[in-house]
Design a protein around this ligand. Structure first.
Ligand code: ATP
Ligand code: MG
Length: 364
């Protein structure tokens, strides 16, 4: 039976454990979408992509593969509802990348805003690896191999999706309609699209050392919250406070629900009321942080507990990745076959060129 469901695809680089930025930017929508009968969801661990800026540290990537898989299970991503796989186990992706490379100029890669920002953050001494520069092309291969129409992700991925769409359009116009154009699905709340770091940096990133990890123990979470950047002008409680760049308020916007107020801070009904008090003066940063701590502990506690259970069953985690990779590989192989056919590379399966030459050189 033909699969009529639309395909969703998302991935994470195994460069560290997953953090609350991943949770609000991408994981939360995956958990919701896995129960939506309209979609078929693929989730992968992008170890090859992670190697593009960690080539000299392969052990880091190997170690974090299982950490990311544990985080998936801990947040409630269900292997029976999704295909969970490992990028390096799908060699078809490399071949697709090689063909797509011809459709993208170097100048286009250099102008990609995400790549530009990441190059600044990563301080490549000794030059930028070619593999890093071209990872947007390999990402287009990941997306198109599974015919993904939607990619639930953070806002930093939008320029990469645009690059993928350009490749799809170029490919389809040259070789025929083979590839599906992908679209991003971004969290409804703006703050969730790019959650800042605990240091106030524009983005929480696992390679940036400014994250609250899903697996952090409760005392670690609390410590990170208590050290958070707030409003440097808010010296006394009665001073008016500013919300702009105020990390605890940004996190509350991503996590606090009315039931948290009812349970932990009943003098306010919602975040708007609390924020109004803060801006008018009279609400201290300590109270805000204490509330944020209650909210995050109640969200992260069950995740941490579930993770601990899976940590006791590593065989289950490996089997899940292996089974998912076998299933995903079959789908990617199917796409690659269509790509090779469209490009006219099936020299031995397709006899039309052979026949053409036979008649061209046939003795008159
Ligand atoms: P690295 O620093 O190694 O690139 P990362 O923290 O950026 O790691 P990725 O594995 O690159 O994480 O991203 C996985 C997914 O999580 C992507 O969809 C990305 O947009 C999303 N994401 C990552 N960081 C954030 C964030 N701070 N806010 C919202 N979404 C995020
Ligand atoms: Mg990233």
């Amino acid at each position: 039976m033909e699969n009529k469901k639309e395909v969703l695809l998302t991935g994470d680089r195994p460069t560290g454990r997953l953090h609350i930025g991943h949770y609000v930017g991408s994981l939360r929508s995956r958990i919701k979408l896995q129960d939506d009968p309209r979609y078929d969801q693929y989730i992968f661990i992008a170890d090859c992509q992670a190697l593009t800026d960690n080539a000299r540290n392969p052990e880091k990537i190997r170690q974090n593969l299982i950490e990311v898989a544990l985080d998936y299970l801990a947040v409630g991503i269900d292997p029976n509802k999704n295909t969970i796989f490992v990028q390096s186990q799908i060699p078809e992706l490399t071949e697709l990348t090689f063909y797509y490379m011809n459709l993208v100029t170097l100048g286009r890669l250099q102008r990609n805003p995400t790549i530009k920002t990441e190059i600044k953050e990563k301080n490549f001494d000794g030059g930028i690896p070619t593999g890093f520069m071209t990872y947007p092309i390999s990402q287009a291969a990941d997306i198109t191999a599974f015919n993904a129409k939607y990619v639930p992700c953070g806002e930093d991925q939008e320029p990469l999706l645009e690059q993928a769409r350009e490749i799809v359009r170029a490919f389809n116009s040259i070789y025929g309609d083979v590839l599906v154009e992908p679209n991003g699905i971004f969290a409804a709340e703006g703050v969730c699209r790019r959650l800042p770091g605990i240091d106030g940096a524009e983005k929480m990133g696992k390679s940036l050392g400014n994250a609250i990890y899903l697996a952090d123990e409760s005392d670690v979470v609390k410590k990170k919250i208590m050290n958070m950047f707030t409003d440097p002008q808010h010296l006394r409680i009665e001073d008016p406070g500013h919300l702009e760049g105020n990390v605890p308020f940004i996190y509350l916007a991503a996590f606090a629900k009315p039931e948290h107020f009812a349970a932990f801070l009943p003098q306010y009904k919602n975040l708007d009321e609390m924020a109004a008090h803060y801006t008018r003066g009279g609400l201290g940063d300590g109270t805000v942080k204490k509330f944020l701590n209650e909210v995050l502990q109640s969200e992260l506690g069950p995740i941490r507990e579930r993770r601990k259970q899976y940590e006791q069953n590593i065989d289950y985690v490996y089997d899940m990745l292996q089974q998912g990779s076998i299933k995903a590989r079959a789908v990617a192989a199917e796409t690659l076959k269509r790509v090779r056919r469209a490009m006219g590379l099936e020299y031995f399966e397709d006899t039309s060129l052979r026949d053409e030459y036979k008649s061209k050189y046939a003795k008159k």
